[in-house]
Ligand binder design. Structure first.
Ligand code: FAD
Length: 535
């Protein structure tokens, strides 16, 4: 306890010296923070880096809150102090470009690792008669895997997912949260009933469609700019028991996208007449089709790209699933057959597997463990995620998949379409101006060492290639939007938000007027930036 107090005082002194915090240590102590303000080297190191491993920024201190009130007190102190300091919420730190970092303030570690936060474990509401109206209340730093585990105890589960579940609720809701269910249920930000948010003024506000709706829509997809999500109310559905997981290959891009677009157009049909998840990926490597995202094809039966007459050396893999349980087990085969019959994939290329629902949702984690064991997880990740309008996806294919990439990808490349009307235009996220658009995700890992003179996996090579892809789209007039966007100047951000910029700016002025939150996104400079010149 005495050591804690000493560390806390030291952390506060550091804030005073570095940013001229006007509170005296005793005053900050008197704020009554239950959580721990830490300068522990491990905490500081973790807060300085992220999954991307391409940027480093050491905060002045790390704060482990024990409640929403703790967050209120800390943000309130930052907002109220004469010289100010920045505050960045960090979920699981799985950003790529330092979005959850700050070098001029405090990182709030939102994960529930602190014991006192145990009381904030997911709370499933079972009061509603109708299963469809049930929901779970979760702490903003909760990981989706833990939300899943908690709700499965009641036979329930959220509807919309990300491919990987070791991400925080606050982190994915600050972006969008997408996966193969988005065509049907919309992104995760379209699946939220209510939020508790601590604004940049240190006010705790409950918001929803009906209550404080401006804040609600601002925060969803808001890149952490308007407040810190401390609680989210997520709707649930009865959890399926098992999943039939199917992959089929295409050598013709037009046939591939036509089928994907047809399948997502079935979103309004009864469950028996559509798939539950639709994704796809691009295969340009002249090697095994497996990748770290999901080992699927049996290693004893490796699939070679050359055996499928790939047009221009590129294959496309459709990936779909159908959920089922005991009551629907008898009809699942016919339902799948009826859907597959309408598709135009290479006839001999269908691969099917069957697994429990949880194992499907948690599929990427298995591969994370494999990569970790080989030291290939904690490496730089120059990822690039793009929303490409449907009308230009074929030009993108010719210019990028069959052009710029060459025959090495250094990681999975996902491609799947989504329906724009499943996205709420009142949220902060921006998507292309067409009813259908594609996610194209280059999920690549860089290696420190150049193997056999091949530099195509170096960070420099991959970063240059990302720039080349963006330049190509710009030159070709492909009006894409970045997902998990990364820009460094306000002009670029204004361009990114387009028509939505004025609203985004006005919301910022209303909810975080000193611009102290999530400065790692590099959208706004804090109002006290004369002293703190750079982010
Ligand atoms: P952080 O990196 O910790 O934070 C991200 C941003 O959100 C920061 O600006 C931070 O300040 C802010 N923030 C964090 N918590 C809060 C909060 N409680 N309130 C307000 N703001 C907050 N995305 C998808 O959509 N679909 C996928 O399938 C998918 N798969 C992924 C797989 C891997 C392996 C990785 C590394 C990322 C993946 N992502 C995916 C991207 C991911 O959704 C984002 O990077 C997300 O921000 C990560 O969540 P996090 O908790 O790690 O957030």
């Amino acid at each position: 306890m005495a050591t804690n107090k000493l560390l806390l005082t030291f952390a506060i002194c550091r804030l005073i010296v570095t940013v001229g915090l006007t509170l005296r240590p005793t005053e900050l102590l008197r704020l009554g923070l239950d959580g721990q303000l830490s300068l522990d080297p491990t905490d500081m190191e973790t807060a300085s880096l992220d999954f991307g491993m391409m940027s480093r920024a050491e905060p002045l201190a790390v704060f482990h809150p024990t409640s929403a009130e703790d967050v209120v007190r800390l943000v309130g102190a930052a907002y109220g102090s004469v010289n100010g300091f920045t505050v960045s919420a960090k979920g699981h730190g799985h950003s790529i470009n330092g979005q959850a970092q700050t070098s001029h303030g405090v990182v709030i570690e939102m994960s529930r690792s602190v014991k006192k936060l145990a009381q904030l474990s997911p709370l499933v509401s079972m009061e509603q008669e109708e299963q469809e109206q049930r929901y779970v209340d979760v702490w903003g730093g909760e990981l989706w895997i833990d939300v899943l585990r908690a709700t499965l105890e009641y036979g329930l589960a959220p509807k919309s997912w990300t491919d990987y579940l070791y991400l925080s609720v606050g982190g994915t809701l600050s972006n969008a949260g997408i996966s193969g269910q988005a065509f049907n249920h919309g992104p995760q930000i379209s699946n939220v009933y209510e939020l508790d948010v601590v604004t940049g003024k240190g006010e705790l506000m409950t918001c929803s469609e009906e209550q404080n709706s401006e804040l609600f829509h601002a925060v969803l997809g808001g890149l952490g700019q308007f407040g810190i999500i401390t609680r989210a109310r997520i709707p649930l559905e009865p959890a399926p028991q098992r999943v039939r997981w199917i992959r089929a290959l295409y050598s013709n891009f037009t046939a591939f996208t036509k089928d994907q677009e047809f399948l997502i157009s079935l979103h309004g049909h009864p469950n028996s007449q559509k798939f539950d998840y639709i994704e796809g990926f691009v295969i340009v490597d002249d090697g095994l089709i497996n990748n770290w995202r999901s080992s699927f094809f049996s290693p004893r039966n490796p699939v070679k790209i050359t055996s499928f007459n790939a047009n221009g050396g590129v294959l496309y893999c459709l990936e779909v699933t159908k959920n089922y349980d005991e009551s629907s087990a008898n009809s699942i085969d016919q339902e799948i057959e009826a859907l597959l019959e309408k598709l135009d994939f290479i006839p001999t290329s269908v691969f099917t597997t069957d697994l429990p629902y949880v194992d499907f949702l948690d599929r990427v984690h298995k591969n994370e463990l494999k990569l970790r064991s080989k030291g290939l997880w904690d490496v730089p990740h120059p990822w690039l995620n793009l929303f490409v309008p449907k009308s230009r996806i074929s030009d993108f294919d010719k210019g990028v998949f069959k052009g710029i990439l060459g025959n090495k990808t250094s990681g999975p490349i996902l491609i799947y379409p989504m329906n724009k009307d499943k996205w709420d235009h009142r949220s902060s996220v921006v998507t292309p101006d067409e009813q259908m658009f594609y996610l194209v995700a280059f999920l690549r890992s860089a290696l420190d060492t150049v193997i056999g003179g091949d530099e195509s996996q170096s960070l420099e090579y991959l970063t240059n290639q990302n720039r080349q892809i963006l330049r190509f789209c710009d030159d070709a007039g492909i009006k894409l939007k970045q997902y998990l966007p990364h820009y460094t100047t306000q002009e670029e951000w204004m361009d990114h938000f387009g028509d939505k910029w004025a609203q985004f700016y006005q919301r910022k002025m209303e909810f975080d007027p000193r611009r102290i939150l999530a400065t790692g996104q590099r959208i706004f400079k804090p109002s006290f930036s004369t002293k703190v010149a750079s982010w």
